[in-house]
Ligand binder design. Sequence first.
Ligand code: ZN
Length: 138
Amino acid sequence: MKSYTKYLEFNTKNRKAFINITPEVEEALTQSKIRQGLCLVNAMHITSSVFINDDEEGLHRDFDTWLEWLAPFSKEKYRHNLSGEDNADAHLKRTIMGREVVVAVTEGKLDFGPWEQIFYGEFDGQRKKRVLVKIIGE
Ligand code: ZN
């Protein structure tokens, strides 16, 4: 069995962002030369997510509105922020949107369902963050 590891780096201009990272993951898969297996993609920070959904601008704005309704940004509202941090909302958003995805690799391609794309969700950005891509198979 072969394995391949790659770290993607992000430093978003804004505090929050959704970034389609499918091309970077496909590039890693090409470099891995793995034809059959599994591809794990996970955020390496507890205030950012990796998730799969549609690459549609309206949906991304809906996600943002929904997340702000569930866990609005606030310095005062959360006990976590009593520690001196201001990112409690980002921890909650990350938990809702998830840590990682696993995509099957078939014939050297990510075996997606219709419209599926992989996204990095940033909820406390403007600093260096990483995503791990780990591909195993043969
Ligand atoms: Zn925190």
